[in-house]
Design a protein. Structure first.
Length: 543
């Protein structure tokens, strides 16, 4: 019933009249049943009810389904079907197929009926139905083929099968390839490629395979899977050989020096590609020469060692050539190659002069001198310096001797010893026997070294030794008696006269004088050997 209120006015009296209307809902479907099921669908049947109870024609159906039983309490949360049929005249037979279901799954179904003003019927009985298990696999692809074959890529073509044989839409592809023949037995061991999701059955499919090797035979096969993991048989085998790579890297046009030292030149350039200016080349060949480089004399130019591995095209590259001569002009050029290898043309030719050598050999600081084995000999030893400080090999030595201490200031005034050894490599031990010196004479000795461009080291430490001498055999090793100065005396001069008494009348006697800074004569600072004077004494004046 529905109440309607009408108000009228007659004179001063208000009359209220209430009318009650009866609302009749659409009829309730009681014979809601499931007639059939497939793996993805369920067919539902029922008898049409009327707009008002069992009279007339209803306006629409609302069919719902769920994985659990449906009640008035959970009706709103159940899944509403799509595409329900328009109601027929009351008493007519109705049928509806719900698609897109999961295979092997139990579903619950119910229906309500609405009239033209949206009045809904009571919910029908609930129908339970389980979809069939999916057993139909996609059809095997039979037209897999190749096109656009290049050195490193190709395109595969085929027609999409369906989810169930040749109908519907499959779920996934499994594409594999190998460099040896593929069959059903070894398909799983071939290399797998990720591929796009299948299109609807009958669609033309294509896929670009990249990253292949040039001039290589490849075999491809594919199979298709549905949503319940039913797989087709493998396709026909498509095979073909990639093309020979004949596209060389582009010639480098901006090869040039960026800096230099006495023995190095740094070079920079932009990386070319594997094919022209795309991709990544495989190797570089950098060469240098004292003359301009061309294709004609490329093979005779010096190749550097350990060139860098090429970067991707367009990257900035750099490399430093070492072991060069100072103050010398060098010419440089570069080629690049792909993996075949196809070699690029010669780059532009760059030139750069190394810096002048301004680094002298290191100063010798371990010079040592010892008395030789024969009269007039002194042994001189040291560790060889280098050409540049303490590396390489110096070019020559200059050895100086003097009866006085040697300094940078008096270096050129001392005696040049005219024989000297050829320098060894830095760090090697060297020695020379100085001969022809005055026997018994106390000598100061120093050395300088020079490199190949005339850079001279500073003076070495100063060593000192007495040239070998032989005393008379009849009085050898006798010690002469000191006459002056007396022991403990204060000397009035820096050049005193040392006097000893002659030990013999033999005219060929030689006396050896020494001056030291300690009482045990380890630190000798001066000395000389003097022939015996006539009379009773022999003297020597300290210089």
């Amino acid at each position: 019933m529905q109440a309607h209120t009408i108000r009228t006015k007659a004179g001063a009296v208000v009359i209220v009249i209430t009318l009650m209307c009866l609302v009749v809902l659409p009829g309730t479907v009681f014979a809601f049943v499931s007639a059939a099921a497939t793996a993805q669908s369920v067919t539902l049947n029922w008898t049409a009810v009327g707009d008002d109870g069992t009279i007339g024609t209803a306006s629409e159906y609302d069919v719902r389904y769920s994985l659990s039983s449906i009640t008035d309490g959970n009706w709103a949360s159940a899944m509403q079907a799509v595409g329900e049929p328009s109601p027929q005249l009351s008493g007519s037979a109705e049928s509806f197929i719900i698609l897109g279901l999961e295979s092997g799954t139990t579903y619950y179904f119910a229906i309500k009926v609405a009239d033209e003003v949206g009045n809904l019927s009571v919910m029908s009985n609930v129908v339970q139905k389980t979809t069939d298990d999916e057993t139909d696999a996609p059809a095997a692809i039979a037209n897999l083929s190749m096109t656009n074959i290049a050195p490193y890529s190709l395109t595969l073509l085929w027609t999409a099968p369906g989810d169930d044989s040749l109908s519907g839409t499959a779920t996934e592809y499994e594409l594999r390839y190998s460099t040896s023949a593929i069959d059903a037995g070894n398909f799983g061991q071939a290399t797998r490629i990720s591929i796009q999701i299948p299109q609807v059955a009958g669609s033309s499919e294509s896929f670009d395979v990249t990253g292949l090797s040039a001039s290589t035979m490849y075999y491809f096969a594919i199979r298709t899977g549905d949503d319940v993991n039913n797989w087709s048989s493998i396709s026909n085998i498509a095979s073909g050989q990639t093309l020979v790579e004949n596209s060389a890297p582009a010639a480098i046009a901006n090869f040039g020096p960026s800096g230099e030292t006495e023995t190095t030149v740094s070079l920079t350039w932009t990386a070319p590609g594997d094919d022209g200016n795309s991709g990544t080349a495989s190797q570089y060949d950098i060469r240098y020469s004292l003359n301009p480089i061309s294709e004609a004399n490329w093979d005779s130019a010096s190749q550097v060692a350990s060139e860098p591995t090429p970067k991707v095209a367009g990257s900035v590259e750099s490399f430093t050539v070492t072991g060069l001569q100072s103050d010398t002009t060098y010419y440089f050029a570069i080629k690049s190659a792909d993996e075949v290898p196809n070699w690029s043309s010669l780059s532009n030719v760059a030139s750069r002069k190394t810096a002048a050598d301004q680094t002298p050999p290191a100063s010798i600081n371990d010079l040592q001198a010892f008395m030789g084995a024969n009269d007039g000999e002194i042994i001189l030893g040291w560790i060889a310096p280098g050409d540049d400080h303490r590396s390489g090999r110096a070019s020559s030595y200059e050895i100086r001797t003097s009866f006085q201490a040697i300094t940078e200031q008096n270096w050129s005034l001392t005696s040049l010893y005219d024989m000297f050894p050829e320098p060894s490599m830095a760090g090697d031990t060297q020695a020379i026997m100085l001969t022809g010196l005055q026997p018994g004479q106390y000598y100061y000795l120093a050395v300088k070294s020079t490199d190949d461009v005339g850079n001279e080291s500073s003076i070495s430490n100063v060593a000192a030794a007495v040239a070998m001498f032989t005393l008379g055999t009849d009085v050898t090793d006798q010690i002469a008696e000191v006459v002056a100065p007396l022991p403990g005396a204060n000397l009035a001069s820096a050049h005193p006269v040392m006097v000893v008494a002659n030990v013999s009348e033999v005219a060929s006697m030689i006396y050896h004088f020494e001056i030291a800074t300690d009482s045990i004569f380890i630190n000798i600072v001066d000395g000389a050997s003097v022939e015996q004077h006539e009379g009773f004494s022999t003297s020597w004046k300290v210089d």
